[in-house]
Unconditional design. Structure first.
Lengths: 120, 865
């Protein structure tokens, strides 16, 4: 338990792309292009991940065990079955939660300083 | 379109490409479909290229980081191996880098002047007398300058030694007085002020002086206000007009100031007054060969015009860069060669170590391959590892080199206008880095590829005997063999040089150097122009010093032997016609009475010069035995007369010969003249200036008392060059000693590495063949049979290496024959000693593994199968 917390801590703060990939995978397994589309949609088109950035992030996330690969999962409506799908791991969820907590804490501080709307 | 994109993806590491290239292409294809119009397509391409390049850099760095962490972990797990590899590569890289910095400094790097390849030195050539580089007379120089067209400019100069008085202790300084154009020929502008104008080089012009950077710093505290100040040199006023930049040394690094020659018509009268050196700058379109050809013609014309003075006199033109003797060049080259040998041994050892390790790790590598790691990924991993090792070794090696370089600086010849200690600059660091990279890649790649050359999966099988027999052991044997070979070569060469050193050291200089303190009090002109005034000074100082407790003798001489090698005059015998081509010569020295006793030069016949030999009496001379041998063989020389240095001299004594030109060269016969018979204002160069004091005390303890005595005789007189005569003699063999030390060190290192290499190879063989040995023992072989089996393997390698090494050593010995001072490059004793040492080292390396093999427990070994 202690060990896992230390490992999570060592990954924080998450690179922006990494965090967005985790968010995109929160509900569904997705393939690369799906992730790009989801991130674009959820940020209102503000963040458009490039292929290079995406796959470098994915490679590192795989190494750290944040996501796992699910090979050839057929999805209705998708014709290309060679696609690689990615699924968030329990460790990945824990890291995403920790990052969210960290960000929430920051926002709280910002509010107290009057930099952000809402109650301190 | 897609092909272009896939080509772009090749920037990414293969392992990454294998995983994601398909995905990335699919995404690109989609975007490409979505893009409409050429503008959007162009924008897409621009974004894509930027994206892939950025990603490639990052992914490569990721991989590097990963590999570095992995390398750190694996290397940390085997600290012994890691330390050995780092130490071995540090020694190899350090030795080569140090040797390179010396060789680069002396042989390669252009001299620190403007377009140095156009600078030459001009000498008079009288090869028939054994002098191809002789100084010239002012008259000949003037004619050369007038008659030649090959040079943009030429300048003459001569070394001077002056007393600088004022602002602190009087001080003796080495300087140069030259033509006004001397500094501008070299092309280095002064750091401060200016160099000489033409008017300053005329007879009667007031004195001007340019200071060296060193003198300016040391004596004048780097004060810019020194310009325009007047200093006193040998009692005459000189205005400081300039300061040269740091690193400007001409003609040698000892030179501290430059003045003008100011030659008058009288200086041009005697065409045999050879005392000027000359430097010239070739015209841009004139080659050295053309200049040589022209100077041959000029010299021939002058010989016709002055058949007596210029008899058989040619001209020598050499590049300034080549102004060093063959021996200095060979010393440096031999050092570099030896360093390369050490590097090659170190590298073979590294290769051997890494190869053994790679074989040892085959299982690990096979497992990783089976788990999907690509071959490229593993090679890259191994390469990172060896580069990490090499880099650590390289950093350590360059550090070692920077410590070792000053030690080798004695090999930097004095005759070149360069600093004594080479600077560790970017070139040297670059060389070190290059060596590191070569070592790291060369000896990381080979083992990496060999490690999983064929069927990696085979490595997974249980009980596979790795690397025994077959090619792999063959490679390692070859490596050990070459180590043995190289160490034989190094051992023989350093042995030969050691014998040569002993031989030189055993040469009898003709005087006894032990217990003699020497120092120089050069008396300035015109203050001491009159012989009587000089005589008072000598008498005061010599009698004062002789009365000091612990002093048994003291005397003055013109120059110390081996320090001043010139001062050669022609000898003319009474009653014999002079043949201009066959003139005989002798070195001229004026001495005070007691010189021979002080230096322990044996008096063979007659008497020493005496206090009674004044200018009013007969001009007398004491000559050396070889002088008698040459002119009056088998006859009584006493009372004979000869013409020498403007006067007829009568022989009153004969003394033993001394090595004026140093231990290694042959010297002219010597003629000693009494100090009181120096003409007033004549031969100022030869007035006695070096004091020798024979003492039973520690020589240095006398210095304060002698200073007081000199100050009492003349408070303005400077004392310089305080040292023992033994130091002078040791200086003779210093480059050789350094050379032998360095080469011997390298040879020892090589021997050690070869022993380690042998041990490594055999230990590896034994550990991987333990089952076989177990079976052999179980089948009745005795421990001695197994012992013999392993020892024989070592002996075969050692013998092969020895044969190869000895023949290469013979060739190398021939190459350095000029350094051997008569020791034969086939010297049997040296070869034998080297062979014995190598056999001993390899035997020592073989013994431990052999013993281990003989103690294999057959049961345990077979059970393991």
């Amino acid at each position: 338990m202690e060990e896992e917390r230390a490992e999570i801590e060592s990954l924080l703060p998450l690179p922006l792309a990494t965090f967005h990939v985790l968010l995109a995978l929160a509900e569904n397994d997705r393939h690369g292009y799906g992730i790009i589309q989801d991130v674009a949609a959820s940020t209102g088109g503000e963040l458009r991940l490039s292929a290079g950035t995406l796959y470098r992030s994915i490679q590192r996330m795989l190494e750290h065990g944040l996501v796992a690969e699910v090979r050839g999962r057929p999805v209705p409506g998708e014709e290309d079955e060679r696609r690689r799908y990615y699924r968030i791991t329990p460790f990945g969820s824990a890291v995403a939660r920790a990052e969210a907590r960290r960000l929430a804490g920051l926002v709280k501080l910002a509010r107290r300083a009057g930099f952000a709307p809402g109650k301190a | 379109m897609m092909r272009l994109y896939r080509g772009l993806l090749r920037l990414l590491p293969a392992s990454f490409r294998a995983e994601y290239a398909g995905e990335m292409s699919a995404i690109f294809a989609r975007r490409r479909r979505d893009a409409s119009g050429p503008l959007e397509v162009a924008a897409l391409w621009a974004a894509t290229i930027a994206d892939v390049v950025a990603a490639a850099v990052r992914v490569h760095l990721d991989v590097l980081g990963q590999d570095l962490r992995y390398a750190g972990r694996t290397l940390g797990r085997t600290p012994g191996f890691t330390a050995t590899v780092i130490a071995v590569s540090a020694l190899g890289i350090g030795a080569t880098t140090a040797a390179f910095s010396v060789a680069d400094h002396v042989l390669i790097r252009p001299l620190p002047f403007l377009e140095p390849h156009r600078l030459v030195k001009l000498w008079q050539d009288q090869s028939f007398r054994g002098y191809s580089r002789m100084e010239l007379s002012a008259a000949n120089f003037r004619d050369w300058e007038r008659m030649s067209t090959s040079f943009e400019a030429t300048a003459a100069f001569t070394g001077t030694s002056v007393n600088l008085v004022g602002e602190g202790e009087p001080e003796r300084l080495d300087g140069v007085s030259g033509s006004h154009g001397l500094i501008s020929v070299l092309g280095t502008p002064p750091l401060l002020g200016r160099s000489f104008g033409e008017a300053e080089d005329r007879p009667g012009a007031s004195g001007t002086v340019v200071l060296s950077h060193r003198l300016w710093n040391r004596r004048f505290g780097a004060d810019i206000g020194v310009l325009g100040r007047t200093v006193s040199l040998d009692g005459a006023p000189y205005e400081v007009i300039g300061v040269m930049p740091r690193g400007f040394h001409f003609p040698s690094r000892e030179t501290d100031l430059w003045t003008t020659l100011r030659l008058g018509e009288a200086d041009y009268e005697d065409r045999t007054d050879w005392r000027l050196r000359a430097v010239g700058r070739l015209k841009a379109d004139v080659s050295l060969e053309q200049a040589r050809a022209e100077m041959r013609l000029v010299a021939a014309q002058l010989e016709r015009a002055h058949p007596r003075e210029n008899a058989r006199t040619g001209a020598t033109v050499v590049r300034l860069r080549d102004e060093m003797n063959e021996q200095s060049r060979l010393l440096v080259l031999a050092l570099f060669g030896a360093a390369l040998c050490v590097l090659s041994i170190a590298s073979t050892n590294l290769a051997s170590l890494l190869l053994a390790r790679a074989l040892f790790r085959r299982k690990e590598l096979a497992v990783r391959t089976a788990l999907g790691a690509g071959r490229e990924r593993l090679v890259r991993q191994l390469l990172t590892e060896s580069l990490v090792l090499a880099a650590a070794g390289g950093v350590l090696g360059v550090l070692l080199a920077s410590l070792a370089t000053p030690l080798a600086a004695r090999l930097v010849p004095h005759s070149l206008p360069i600093a004594e200690v080479p600077e560790a600059d970017l070139r040297v660091l670059g060389f070190g880095a290059l060596m590191t990279l070569t070592t790291g890649i060369g000896f990381g790649v080979m083992p990496a590829f060999r490690a999983f050359g064929r069927g990696s999966v085979a490595g997974l099988r249980e009980g596979v005997r790795e690397g025994i027999g077959g090619r792999r052991e063959g490679v390692r044997s070859l490596l050990v063999l070459s180590e043995v070979t190289v160490s034989v070569v190094l051992l023989v060469c350093s042995g030969l040089l050691l014998r040569a050193l002993w031989r030189v050291q055993a040469v009898d200089p003709g005087f006894r150097a032990e217990g003699i303190l020497t120092l120089r009090t050069a008396l300035p002109l015109p203050k001491y122009e009159r012989t009587g005034r000089r005589q008072r000074f000598y008498d005061d100082v010599v009698s004062g010093v002789q009365s000091l407790p612990g002093v048994s003798a003291a005397a003055y001489v013109s120059f110390l032997p081996m320090v001043m090698r010139g001062g050669i005059w022609t000898v003319t015998l009474d009653g014999r016609p002079e043949d201009p081509g066959e003139t005989s010569t002798a070195s001229l020295r004026f001495v005070t009475p007691g010189f021979f006793e002080t230096a322990a030069i044996p008096l063979r016949r007659g008497r020493d010069v005496g206090a009674g030999d004044t200018r009013e009496k007969t001009f007398v001379a004491v000559v050396s035995e070889s002088f008698v041998e040459r002119h009056w063989p088998g006859q009584d020389p006493l009372g004979r007369r000869f013409l020498f240095a403007f006067q007829e001299r009568t022989v009153v004594g004969v003394v033993g010969d001394i090595r004026v030109r140093g231990l290694e060269g042959t010297s002219e016969p010597q003629v000693y003249l009494p100090y009181q018979q120096v003409p007033d204002g004549g031969l100022p160069f030869y007035t006695p200036k070096d004091l020798l004091v024979r003492t039973t005390l520690q020589p240095e303890t006398l210095v304060p008392a002698i200073r007081r005595i000199v100050a009492a005789a003349d408070p303005e007189q400077a004392i310089a060059n305080v040292r023992t005569l033994q130091d002078v003699v040791d200086e003779e063999t210093a480059p050789r000693s350094v050379q032998v030390g360095v080469l011997g060190g390298f040879a020892g290192l090589a021997l050690l590495l070869a022993g380690i290499g042998m041990h490594g190879l055999l230990a590896f063989t034994v550990s991987s063949r333990s089952q076989e040995f177990g079976v052999r023992i179980a089948l009745g072989a005795g421990p001695r049979d197994v012992l013999g089996l392993v020892l024989r393997q070592g002996a075969r390698l050692a013998a092969a290496g020895l044969v190869l090494g000895l023949s290469l050593a013979y060739a190398a010995g021939r190459g350095i024959e000029a350094l051997l001072f008569g020791v034969s490059p086939r010297d049997a004793g040296t070869f034998l000693a080297a062979a014995v040492l190598v056999v001993a080292a390899t035997l020592a390396g073989s013994l431990v593994p052999a013993l281990r093999a003989s103690r294999v427990d057959p049961l345990a070994a077979i059970r393991a199968e």
